[in-house]
Design a protein around this ligand. Structure first.
Ligand code: ADP
Ligand code: MG
Ligand code: MG
Length: 254
């Protein structure tokens, strides 16, 4: 089944158009990679999908499992199974990481008709999932992301994803700032969470991530649109030939 269907999506920030007609269909069981130069609109697309209030949709539509996603608040989107891993995860001083994870996990569980987990049951659940990202339990007792290194923040995000079990996970440059070991751990977590019922949209600049998480489809974004789609061979071609090659082809079309 189709999980997300994006049609002719246009969006702006402060009346400045950023997305200029994005089309993308994501089905259950698929892993998509979204590539493209800095400033092409990748993070904007992920923020629009997550419902960030600064981004106004001016045209087009987004259906999530056949229903209009755009009227929903960000927390509703999260509850129904959309997950966004941010390029720059926020620190929330004074809020315990464990409690933060418990509240968001329970909101999602309630939506799915599952029982809420009390503190003790949640600790068991979280400890079981910690292994996926090889995270030290000590991180649960700290404030959300406060003083976490770049790699620890990304692992904490994958932990949250492992607890929420989203249907569509959008991971914005989850690989940026990771050393080789952290990259392996994070991509191993993503691979273990991917299944026939869910889908992943990986935003990345690097082939090294796509060596570890094999995408079914690769898309290139430029000037707020997806200008080219292919399979994993497209990412290899980009690695060798750079984005100028895509630009030249586009120019030739015009
Ligand atoms: P990418 O993730 O592909 O590097 P972004 O989506 O972050 O690109 O940015 C696309 C363009 O939109 C850039 O030119 C960026 O400066 C602009 N942009 C994004 N967010 C904002 C914002 N909040 N205010 C002003 N401009 C923005
Ligand atoms: Mg960028
Ligand atoms: Mg970005």
């Amino acid at each position: 089944p189709v999980l997300i269907e994006i049609r002719d999506l246009c969006a702006c920030v402060d009346d400045q158009p950023i997305l200029n007609g994005v089309n993308l269909t994501i089905r259950a069981g698929e892993i998509h990679a979204l590539m493209g130069r800095n400033g092409s609109g990748k993070s904007t697309l992920s923020k629009v999908l997550a419902g960030h209030p600064a981004y106004k949709v001016t045209e087009g539509s987004v259906l999530y499992r056949g229903e209009d996603l755009l009227p929903l608040e960000p927390d509703e989107r999260s509850r129904i199974g959309l997950f966004l891993g941010f390029q720059y995860p926020v620190e929330i001083p004074g809020v315990s990481n464990l409690e933060f994870l418990r509240v968001s996990t329970n909101a999602r569980r309630l939506e799915q008709g599952m029982e809420e987990l009390d503190t003790f049951a949640f600790e068991d659940f979280v400890r079981e999932r910690l292994g996926l990202v090889q995270m030290d339990p000590a991180f649960l007792d700290r404030s959300v992301n406060e003083g976490f290194s770049g790699g620890e923040k990304k692992r904490n995000e994958i932990l949250q994803m492992a607890l929420l079990e989203p249907l569509v996970a959008i991971l914005d440059e989850t690989d940026s700032g990771l050393d080789i070991d952290a990259l392996r751990i994070v991509s191993g977590g993503v691979n273990q969470l991917a299944n026939v019922d869910n889908a992943t949209l990986l935003i990345t600049h690097y082939q090294r991530l796509l060596d570890l998480i094999q995408p079914d489809y690769v898309h290139v974004m430029a000037a707020g649109r997806i200008v080219r789609s292919g399979d994993k061979a497209l990412a290899l071609e980009l690695e060798q030939r750079g984005y100028e090659w895509v630009d030249r082809e586009l120019d030739a079309l015009e």
